[in-house]
Design a protein around this ligand. Structure first.
Ligand SMILES: [Zn+2]
Length: 266
């Protein structure tokens, strides 16, 4: 785990934070909610076979634990694409209190008191914050989104639409499946190379007929190339599959699982 990461426990509620993000934020774990069965207990997904009532109560508990307004939770739509949307007052609450009007795996905002949340159970959720312009974002990337360049695209949208400064922008790559556990066939490294070029080669390991891709390493590299300073790009270093006692891992559970959230709020 990166030295700036903290594990916070408040009663049954467990989440992770990063000292480099001086705003309300959290990478949630399985613990602290009311769901049961394979979604026990802090499942934040409405499409995981959980009851809607439980999921809504879990959001209320998250809001209470982290000190944000539950009415203003605004959610990403996770379809492994590379759309990035700016959250204005009209979109606040989307995904939880009003229908989702976007197809965006990443959302960004300059609005205060607006918790943005993206979801993970092996995928990389990155929280972004610029202390100079006071702007924030959340970006969900599995290997498809990473290959499609959604992370640097999120930085570009923040810079162009919100005036975010790349030199001061901070990014924290949350708990996610890491290279030693992320075994794939040739399709993943091939897609990576096809879309991102030779820069991905140092992050791909061949083991027999299988491949191990360092998604976080690629993410960090893409963020640096997008203009972020090395000290402002933090890889949490936590593997969801190695720590499946604390996190849902899609791989570990064969997809029978709840889902965690990475949340940030100005
Ligand atoms: Zn692992």
């Amino acid at each position: 785990m990166h030295q700036s990461m903290c594990r916070i426990q408040r009663g049954p509620f467990v989440y992770y934070t990063c000292r480099r993000l001086p705003v309300r934020h959290a990478f949630t774990t399985k613990s602290g909610g009311v769901s049961t069965g394979h979604c026990e207990s802090l499942n934040l997904g409405f499409n995981r076979g959980d009851t809607e009532e439980n999921v809504r109560e879990n959001y209320r508990r998250l809001a209470q634990a982290v000190g944000v307004d539950e009415q203003r939770f605004t959610l990403t739509k996770q379809i492994h694409e590379t759309e990035v949307s700016v959250v204005t007052e009209a979109e606040v609450g989307m995904g939880l209190h009003k229908p989702m009007a976007w197809q965006s795996d990443a959302i960004v905002t300059a609005l205060p008191d607006t918790p943005l949340i993206g979801f993970y159970a092996d995928c990389v959720v990155t929280l972004l914050y610029d202390p100079v312009t006071h702007t924030a974002g959340v970006c969900h990337a599995g290997w498809r989104g990473m290959a499609g360049g959604i992370l640097p695209k999120t930085v570009d949208v923040m810079a162009e639409k919100l005036g975010t400064r790349r030199e001061s922008l901070r990014a924290v790559l949350g708990p996610s499946i890491r290279q030693e556990c992320f075994e794939t066939d040739a399709d993943v490294p091939e897609a990576m190379e096809q879309q991102l070029g030779a820069l991905v080669q140092p992050y791909i390991q061949e083991k027999g007929i299988k491949f191990h891709v360092d998604l976080q390493g690629i993410g960090v590299k893409l963020l640096l190339d997008a203009g972020l300073q090395p000290e402002n790009v933090i890889d949490s270093g936590i593997c969801t599959m190695c720590h499946s006692d604390e996190f849902w891992s899609h791989r570990k559970t064969n997809g029978v699982r709840g889902v965690q959230g990475g949340m940030i709020c100005l």
